[in-house]
Design a protein around this ligand. Sequence first.
Ligand SMILES: [Mn+2]
Length: 183
Amino acid sequence: MDPEKWIDAVKDCQYLPEQDLKLLCDKVCEILMEEGTVQTVSAPVTVCGDIHGQFYDLEELFRRGGQVPETKYIFMGDFVDRGHYSLETFTRLLTLKVKCFNEHNGVDLICRAHQLVAEGIKYMFEGDLLATVWSAPNYCYRCGNVAAILSFDENLNRDAKIFQAVPDENRKVPPPRTTPYFL
Ligand SMILES: [Mn+2]
């Protein structure tokens, strides 16, 4: 097993041979079983919302927020579906998970994903106690929204980084088809 090899293999929107992917999943399962249900994460850290299989925009997110492991991330979920590259996107994140173990966090702010926010990030409640972070720009390649990631420095100062979808000429676009989610 060579996670570095896998990382190189999948960073250009490729997926792994089935046998390697099984090994990778087994390894991630091992890591997840060792981790607590509630993860504690130390700052600096960057919080990310929905990705939804938009592989090329995930790479834009890393360009904007910093590469792993120099930047530590919390991905809150919805890695797959609707975008063109669910498997490639999730495999990319799994390889990074194997490479870098997470650390720690306290609760002054609740961050959530799974709610489209046209401006990428939105605070709610008095004192801005809840932040919704959305990290799939131009969601489903048609919503026209910007995306955001939320970086925390070691003193927990926040910096919301907004980014746009990668232009079509810089991504591979599969032949047109109707996205079932919108039917
Ligand atoms: Mn979602």
